[in-house]
Design a protein around this ligand. Structure first.
Ligand SMILES: O=C(O)CCC(=O)C(=O)O
Ligand SMILES: [Fe+2]
Length: 200
């Protein structure tokens, strides 16, 4: 929060990218409110991905919202966006004000517990604006998030607490992978929102 702003905005990547962890950007009551609203009012669906040529249906649930019903190709499957909800517009504006960036879409992930995670990837899908910022908001259970440099394999870890904001920008997606590792320690759900800019 703003009281502890000395390390706020520090780039946590050592080179070839920019990832800024703001910590929690809202109070606990607000982050609990948004967690509940998102859990109950988002149209969650199991994700489908094509991995090594096979259709895989994940336990993790996803949803896709945006400025208009555009199609977006992600993990080799195509999704179409739903119109923004009230809460998503509020959160988009909070993230835009904090970062000075603008976004036209949001991918949401619901991890029911620590068994669910996301493997190494970068968000460089062809529909995304090149080097555009991605604003990642987290609610619910705190989880570890990792970056790994594509060439040097150097890793950087950060714990994403409830109500927190992580911004990835610049060359991050070109040079770094990221992942949300599964963990036996976490028994509670987590919701993550990544605000993005799609080239329309
Ligand atoms: O859940 C997270 O923190 C990361 C999600 C992610 O990397 C993505 O949706 O591309
Ligand atoms: Fe990602």
């Amino acid at each position: 929060m703003d009281l502890f702003s000395t390390s706020e905005n520090e780039n946590i990547l050592p080179f070839e990218g920019e990832a800024r962890y703001y910590g929690s950007i809202m109070n606990l009551e607000k982050s609990q409110y948004y967690f509940d609203r998102l859990l109950n009012y988002i149209e969650w669906e199991n994700d489908k991905a094509i991995i090594f040529g096979k259709l895989v249906i994940t336990k993790r649930k996803v949803a896709w919202y945006g400025d208009k019903a555009f199609d977006y190709t992600y993990s080799k499957t195509t999704k179409s966006g739903l119109p923004w909800t009230k809460e998503l517009l509020e959160l988009k504006s909070i993230v835009e004000n904090k970062t000075g960036e603008t976004f036209n879409s949001c991918l949401l992930n619901l991890y029911h517990n620590g068994d669910e995670g996301m493997g190494w990837h970068s968000d460089g899908e062809k529909d995304l604006k090149i080097n555009g910022a991605i604003g990642s908001l987290s609610f619910g259970a705190e989880r570890k998030f990792l970056f790994k440099h594509k060439k040097t394999k150097q890793t950087v870890e950060v714990y994403l607490e409830k109500g927190s904001l992580l911004v990835m920008k610049g060359e991050t997606q070109t040079h770094w992978l990221h992942r949300l590792p599964p963990t036996k320690k976490v028994k509670f759900p987590r919701i993550n929102l990544t605000f993005r800019t799609i080239d329309l």
